[in-house]
Every structure is written in C-alpha cells, then in structure tokens.
Design a binder for this molecule. Structure first.
Ligand code: T3D
Length: 263
C-alpha cells in the first residue's frame, strides 16, 4: 500500500480520502486497487457503519489518470478493459455496499470520478465544486455508470447536454437539478458531512442496506415486482434486532440503541 487512499476510522465512520492531490486525485490502477481493498474492508468490518469518500487537496478527483491509459504511448488503448477490470467492479462495490456511503465532493469531480460520486448513496458537494462529464472532450463516452445514472437523476435532455457539451455543472445547479443531495458552503462541508455520518453510524444499518437494495432495484422493476420485493425485504428488516429495538424504543418513549446487526 502506498497511501493513494487514506483510511481512518472513528466512532463507526470509515473515511476514505483519494490521495494524489498533485494530479487532482486522478485514478491509476494502483489507486483503484487500494480503494477496492478499503471498501471491501469497510464492508467486512462490523464496526464500520458508514463510509465517507472524499478527495485530498482542491479536487474530489479528475477521473482516469490520462497518463495511465496507454493512449500516449502510441499503442492501441483498450478502454473497455479498464472499465471491466477497474471502474465497473468499483461502481458495483459502492452500489452494493451494505452500509451507507457518502460522497463529500470537496472540489471538481471529473470524468469517471463524477459518476463514482453519483454512485454513492448521499452526495454532498462544496459550493465551489463542480461535476464535469469530461469524456466528450477526449472522444470517450460517459462511463462508471454515467449513462445509467444521469438520465435517471436529471432526465435524458439534461443527461445529453451534460455528456455532449462536457461543461462543468456547478454544485448549486447540481443540487437544483436533483443530481446530488446537498450543496453546502465550502467551509461547512466537513462539519456537515461529519454530522450526517455520525447520525448514520448509529442508525439501523441493516434496514438502510435493504432500503438501498430496494431503491436500486426499482429502476428495472414494475410496480408489482417492486411491491413483492418490498414485502420480501420488509420481512427481513422486520425480523432484525434493530426493528424490534426501534419499535420497543418508540413505545417506551426513549431513543433507540441500534446495533446495525442483521440478526
Ligand atoms: O481507458 C480508460 O481509462 C477509460 C476510462 C476513462 C474514465 C475517465 O475518467 S475519462 C476522463 C478523464 N478525465 C478528464 O478528462 C479530466 C482531465 N482534467 C481536466 O480536464 C482538468 O484537470 C480539470 C477540469 C479536472 C481541472 O482543471 P484545472 O485547471 O483546475 O487543473 P489542471 O491544471 O488541469 O490539473 C492540475 C494537475 O493535475 C495537472 O498536472 P501538472 O501539469 O500540474 O503536473 C494536470 O495535468 C493533472 N491532471 C488533471 N486531471 C488529470 C491530470 N493528470 C492525469 N489525468 C487526469 N485526468
């Protein structure tokens, strides 16, 4: 490990910081491997109840490190291989993580990094940050789930505009369009994300994981299929110790003490 991703743990919160600030935290294969390892460790660690993903320095991330693509060497670039081996597993890991993951977008999020942020459950962005589907500038198409998530979040007209014009979308407009959860003043980002992470670190984690699963499935389900899925997942949630605790605490007029455990 060479600290391309800084990892810290505190009170149930695992904080992952992309750490190549001189190259705007752009993704190399090595950084991908570290991030996947850190996410898998967070998944496997029962003490971790929520993950925060952010960037060191002035950017969240500039997406793929363009010096690490092979394009400049004159050799034929296989961009699909990079997706297959690095970006697609990463997006799948984020979207199936059985605990909430918050993107704290501290500066520009460009290319695949914009879509990695959008794969997270809650996206907080500093007011000065922006989201840039940079791909068209270099003859590529939006990846890391961009062509899937953009039309779903902002509709096809805005998705095409963002993808084809490749202009930065300022964080306040991203919030107004419903692309992200919240845009906050730059000097409040850290405190606001820490507060929401602390709240989620004491929440009913298993219920949140099932919620995430249900919302993800909704985009390809009919209403009837979704109702069936809600029945099945609610059965699991209802059998969890946290649901018992939540209802008991309500009836006893006290704050619940959730463990986050499945059973
Ligand atoms: O095969 C495959 O890999 C397919 C997968 C593709 C996935 C993708 O993500 S494709 C999209 C890749 N990203 C981009 O095209 C964005 C490139 N970067 C930019 O357009 C700009 O850097 C920004 C708009 C993000 C920020 O601009 P600015 O002016 O604030 O910063 P800068 O001066 O351009 O960058 C600062 C340094 O970071 C600079 O290095 P230097 O000159 O100081 O040594 C710059 O070269 C470096 N940098 C920024 N982005 C990248 C990068 N180096 C490598 N790769 C980058 N993506």
């Amino acid at each position: 490990m060479s600290n391309l991703v800084l990892v810290s743990h505190s009170n149930g919160v695992t904080r992952l910081t992309l750490n190549r600030p001189d190259k705007l935290n752009s993704f190399t294969r090595a950084m991908h491997a570290e991030l996947r390892g850190a996410l898998q460790a967070a998944q496997d660690d029962p003490a971790c109840r929520v993950v925060v993903l952010t960037g060191a320095g002035r950017a969240f991330s500039a997406g793929q490190d363009l010096a690490d693509t092979g394009a400049a060497s004159g050799s034929q670039m296989d961009a699909g291989k990079m997706l297959e081996e690095a970006y697609n597993p990463l997006v799948k890991l984020i979207t199936t993580l059985e605990k909430p993951i918050i993107a704290a977008v501290n500066g520009v999020a460009a290319g695949a990094a914009a879509n990695i942020a959008l794969a997270c459950d809650l996206v907080y962005a500093a007011r000065s940050a922006s989201f840039l589907q940079a791909f068209a500038r270099i003859g590529l198409i939006p990846d890391a789930g961009g062509t899937w998530v953009l039309p779903r979040l902002v509709g096809p007209a805005r998705a095409r505009g963002l993808a084809m014009l490749a202009e930065p979308l300022p964080a306040p407009q991203a919030e107004a369009w419903g692309l992200i959860w919240k845009c906050v003043d730059d000097d409040k980002l850290e405190a606001e994300v820490s507060a929401v992470a602390a709240k989620l670190a004491t929440a009913a984690t298993y219920g949140l994981a099932l919620t995430k699963q249900a919302i993800a499935a909704s985009s390809s389900n009919t209403l009837a299929q979704q109702l069936d899925l809600e029945r099945d997942l609610q059965r699991l949630a209802g059998a969890s110790p946290d649901a018992k605790e939540g209802i008991t605490a309500f009836l006893e007029k006290r704050a619940p003490r959730y463990t986050g455990k499945k059973s």
